[in-house]
Design a protein around this ligand. Structure first.
Ligand code: C2E
Ligand code: MG
Ligand code: MG
Ligand code: MG
Length: 277
């Protein structure tokens, strides 16, 4: 395509038609067919009990293997899927696939699946989860869903009902990226959470920034008082690991412990019990 293709001739010079917008439109077009063409995959990142070093399960993370661009980050394509309505089909595929993979490859371990607000707004999330559990044979208590505060901010009464119905199936509920959104503390007792996942931005500076260390410590204390399990996200170094361990975090996830991998390359070996125990 050239700029002359537009009827007006100056089409591509309009302020909203910058390179980024064009790239986004291209991705949006490509994403429409990605599922059908088999370009979407799920990788799994193990999660560990920090004290024992034992694997407790893994988080399912969407991957888009684009024929031209290679792997496109979910941080780039999930927002597009959300605004175009594609998240319903993609999210449903991911839930079924992850439950099936896990029931076969990781019996007894817990699968964590991210859900997007669009799936609560425009789909019957409870029916989706129930069907995925039924068809895969994965027990409800081997599934935890991860949601973010953006969903709770919508203040839709249906959200609380849906979360309660999921809990009735035995499914756990985790609050993801905690500390990055509005972090209204009222969410913690208004919604039936089992787990909070501390965002990796705090973990990254755990041992170098006293403010981050203080926040990590306060969140650990709050979670303990509310009987919530804590997961520290994004542990990349031994020093970060030692720090969240010392603060009493229950579980950990991060490149130091294991990187996301396809189901057939997934290993749930314990990581060696590490320093500063
Ligand atoms: P998230 O749910 O917070 O997932 C954790 C992200 O942190 C993943 O990025 C993971 O690869 C990355 N990560 C894990 N350990 C480390 C580490 O040690 N260092 C660093 N720098 N990063 C680490 P990823 O896979 O790119 O996913 C980004 C986000 O996309 C996820 O954040 C989640 O919000 C969203 N996402 C991924 N899969 C799905 C899905 O199936 N459905 C929905 N709705 N969202 C998804
Ligand atoms: Mg997550
Ligand atoms: Mg997270
Ligand atoms: Mg995130």
């Amino acid at each position: 395509r050239t700029k002359l293709e537009g009827r007006s001739g100056y089409h591509f010079f309009e302020p909203d038609m910058d390179g980024q917008t064009l790239a986004k439109r291209g991705l949006e077009r490509d994403l429409r067919g990605a599922l059908k063409r088999g370009e979407l995959e799920i990788h799994y990142q193990p999660q560990y009990d920090i004290k024992t070093g034992r694997a407790i399960g893994a988080e399912a993370l969407l991957r888009w293997n684009h024929p031209v661009h290679g792997y496109v980050s979910p941080a780039d394509f999930i927002p597009i899927a959300e605004t175009t309505g594609l998240m319903i089909a993609i999210g449903s595929w991911a839930m079924h696939k992850a439950c099936r993979d896990f029931a076969a490859a990781a019996p007894g371990l817990r699968l964590a699946v991210n859900l997007s607000p669009a799936q609560f707004r425009r789909a019957d999330i409870v029916t989706l989860v129930r069907d995925a559990l039924d068809r895969s044979g994965l027990p409800g208590n081997c599934l935890e869903i991860e949601i973010t505060e953006s969903l709770l901010m919508e203040k839709d009464a249906g959200t609380l009902d849906a979360l309660k119905a999921l809990k009735a199936l035995g499914v756990g509920i985790a609050l993801d990226d905690f500390g990055t959104g509005y972090s209204s503390l009222s969410y913690l007792h208004s919604f039936p959470f089992d787990t909070i996942k501390i965002d990796r931005s705090f973990v990254r500076e755990a041992d170098t920034n006293p403010d981050c260390a203080a926040i990590l410590q306060a969140i650990a204390a709050l979670a303990a008082a509310l009987h919530l399990t804590t997961i520290a996200e994004g542990i990349e170094t031994e020093a970060q690991f030692a720090h969240v361990k010392a603060l009493g975090y229950d579980c950990g996830q991060g490149f130091l412990l294991a990187r996301p991998a396809p189901i057939d390359e997934l290993s749930f070996r314990d990581f060696a019990t590490r320093s500063a125990s």
